[in-house]
Design a protein around this ligand. Structure first.
Ligand code: TXA
Ligand code: MG
Length: 319
């Protein structure tokens, strides 16, 4: 039986025993274990069926704790942390020896963020270790944005889910690293846009696709994917006309599409608000995927700000 609870005490017990807990964050739900325990971390990789060469994010309770897990912290990294933490920004920094190699897949860098969810922050305050947590989904599939999504994925195999409601942002954190410990580089589009980052630290290099040596699995060309075949197009009507008698699902920005073969439709923001669309994206993909459709047709978003983030996820979902 899985315990789905708002009470952090069972979660604390579980984590202290090197067991796993799903935690709510403002981005997506995480699958958490003691970041200092190789045994707990091994369980995360096994339950997620995640390849061991894909490193995890370490969640910390405060900016002050950063020195315990990272070293050689570039001034620009500190500036970003001060601006965006607690919040949806992950920094890739030189690791401290306290972090086991299994967390970082043998790399000398570690991904770190301070999440902004009251339940998870109070949980972290009660623990004397940080939490390593990837998104709480089987490798490659859509990230969960509520406790039920997590339960649907893992069922009884996961004993405790901390229920913090629907995620505020609904999409993963933005990941920034530093080339030669100095020059900022974006590894993954996320909730915080490139221009918001550049407003704080100036020009950032973009490096979000690398299939042969994926530094971040979010960089793999197929990721965040529904089971149902998904395509991304600029012209939904034209694409529908090219199909014959298929059960169609639609994922669109602000305008509904009408056609007799459409069985399920998700309009992410009727008022045309990109922030609202981002928040609804994964939950809509989960619902579409449950409808036994032949195909999901996603409409390309305006390619700026959060629209870029959404297009990036939809491109990877449609590979
Ligand atoms: O919003 C989020 O970031 C969520 C919540 C739970 O915090 N977590 C999340 O974790 O999205 P996950 O495992 O799905 O994605 C972690 C990303 C991966 O793309 C991974 O490759 C990258 O972080 N990463 C981890 N360590 C890294 C490193 N040393 N260098 C570059 N990328 C790294
Ligand atoms: Mg993930």
């Amino acid at each position: 039986m899985t315990l789905i609870t708002k009470n952090i005490h069972r979660a604390i017990e579980q984590l202290k025993r090197d067991e796993l807990v799903s935690i709510p964050t403002e981005t997506v739900y995480g699958l958490a274990g003691n970041a200092y325990s190789s045994m707990a971390i091994k369980k995360i990789f096994e339950l997620k069926q995640r390849p061991f060469h894909n490193p995890l994010i370490v969640h910390i309770k405060s900016i002050d704790y950063l020195n315990q897990v990272a070293s050689n912290i570039p001034p620009l990294a500190l500036k970003l942390a001060e601006n965006f933490w607690p919040g949806p920004l992950t920094l890739v920094l030189k690791k401290q020896s306290t972090i086991p190699e299994i967390v970082t897949s043998g790399k000398d860098t570690v991904a770190i963020r301070m999440p902004n969810h009251p339940l998870t922050l109070s949980l972290l305050q009660e623990l004397d270790f940080p939490l390593a947590a990837p998104s709480a989904n089987p490798f490659g599939s859509i990230s969960p944005t509520n406790a039920k999504h997590v339960f649907d994925y893992f069922g009884d195999e996961l004993e405790v889910i901390l229920d913090g409601g629907n995620c505020e942002h609904g999409i993963e954190s933005t990941i920034i690293g530093f080339e030669n410990d100095q020059y900022p580089i974006l590894y993954r589009y996320g909730t915080i846009t490139v221009s918001e980052i550049e407003d704080i630290i100036g020009k950032v290099k973009i490096s979000t696709s690398n299939n042969s040596d994926p530094i971040a699995p979010g960089m793999l060309s197929r990721h965040y994917a529904p089971q149902t075949k998904t395509i991304l197009t600029d012209n939904v009507y034209e694409f529908i006309e090219s199909l014959e008698n298929q059960k169609i699902g639609i994922l669109s920005f602000n305008n509904p599409v009408s056609h007799k073969n459409i069985l399920h439709q998700e309009v992410l923001s009727p008022s045309g608000n990109l922030y609202e669309a981002t928040k609804n994206l994964y939950a809509a993909m989960h619902r579409l995927d449950k409808n036994k459709l032949d195909i999901i047709i996603a409409e390309r978003f305006p390619d700026k700000g959060l629209g870029k983030t959404i297009n990036d996820k939809l491109e990877r979902a449609s590979k």
